[in-house]
Structure formats: structure tokens, C-alpha cells
Design a protein around this ligand. Sequence first.
Ligand code: 6PG
Length: 267
Amino acid sequence: MSKNVRITTHPSFDVLAATTAARLITRLLDVQSERGEATVVLTGGSVGIATLREIAKSPAHLAVDWSKVNFWFGDDRFVETDSEDRNYGQAADALLNHIPVDPARVHAMAASDTVADLEEAVATYAQELALAAKTEWQNDDEASGEAPVVPRFDVLLLGLGPDAHIASLFPELAGIRTKGVPVVGVRNSPKPPPLRVSLTLETINSAQEIWIVAAGADKAAAVGLGLAGASEVQVPASGARGLNKTLWLLDEASAAKVPSALKRRES
Ligand code: 6PG
């Protein structure tokens, strides 16, 4: 296994969410002290949203300058603004509505009642990413060549489905095979709702750090296959690799098929 892949297991779902929250707060503080601003890509799913709730509860979150954190989403369900299915709404309820964010730095994917169709939602998010990337590139004295199409992501969070999907990239479907574009529309998600917008694997893998968070026995096979280096088309999670680091943050149940020599335990 590549040396920048790390697996850490936690005794329970609650400890995993609390520890991931503490880890993210610390990472944001470190990045802000180096660069002034920090960028995180959020995920839906039970662990991802519980992590956001834990951040809001933690006194340590007051140390972060939330007005200088850029928020993006790895995927979202293409549903109406008020739908409870929307990852953005869940993230807002859990954290974003409770901290002093700069609304201009919170980049939700479009809801279905705000654009004409899925294609427009995909195009809009790609433009928003490109604009942020260009602004960042213009402000970087050391930048050269052409502006990238996506900004720097310091931490990109991913939930994991029992079928090993990440974001809305599902096994064997077109999304996981899509290359050369930053964002993809999904029309046939096997997990409802069927219409989704997702970052592509190339975009996901442009992140400095990817943190895959998973809990529950139903994820054990997906975790095992993801770490065994299975094909990314069949096991999308196995294709996720951060530029600097890839963390698998697991509970005991989801880590059941990870060889014990690879596990670090946090309790
Ligand atoms: C979705 C979810 C999904 C989720 C995983 C893990 O859009 O359907 O966001 O991708 O992240 O299925 O979910 P749990 O953490 O709830 O198991």
C-alpha cells in the first residue's frame, strides 16, 4: 500500500464522528495559519453529517476563522431546495447555519427548482469551480502556466456506500468512468434519488487530503475491497487518492476486513 494511505479505526460511530470533527478543526487551523484561508469539500451520509454536528458542538471550533473557510460539496442529490435529501441542507442544519461563514465561500450544488435541468446544474458548478480556481491562481505569486479548472482542496471528505460508491460515483456506471471534466451529472443512481451532481474522480483526486469516513458492518466489504486495490470502476473507493494523504477513518465494524497489521486504533 502507498505510504500516504493511512487507516485508523475507532471504537464506535460516535467516537469516529467526534474524532473526525477534532481532526478537521485542527487541520483547518493549521492550514489557516499557513495560508490564511482553508478549503474543505463536504460529504453527505450519516458519518459526514454527524461529524459536522460534532464540530458545531466542540468549543475548539471557535478557534477557526470560519469566514475564511471555503466550502464545496463532493456531490448532491438533484432535488428541490427544501428537500430533506439535499446534502447542502443537511450540512447547513448540522453546521453551516451555526457558524459565521462568508456566504460567498459556501458553494452548494444547484437545487432542481433553481436551474432548468441537471446539465445546467453540472455546468453551473463547473463554472463556479473554475472561477474560484482562476481567482486563486491570479492571487498566487508563484503560479505559472494556465489556471487550473478546480481550486485547491485542503481536505475532501467522502462517505462510503456499501457498494463502495464515493460521492455519487457508483460502481460500473458512467460517472466513475468520466474523465476530462470536473463535474458529472448522474441520472440512474441505484441509491435514490436517481438524479445527482458529483465531482469526478479526477477532481476528487486533486485534493491535498482525502478522508474517507465509514461506519457499520455493511461497509466492511467495501472497505476491504477499496484497500485491496480493486478496479475503481467496480470499487470506486479504491480510486480515491489524495495528493498528499488518503485517510480511511473507520469504526471497528467497517474495519472488520482490514488486515490488523494495517490498522491504527484510536480510542
Ligand atoms: C448519498 C450519500 C452517500 C453516503 C454513503 C455513506 O448521496 O446517497 O451521501 O453517498 O455518503 O452512502 O452513507 P452513510 O454514512 O449514511 O452510511
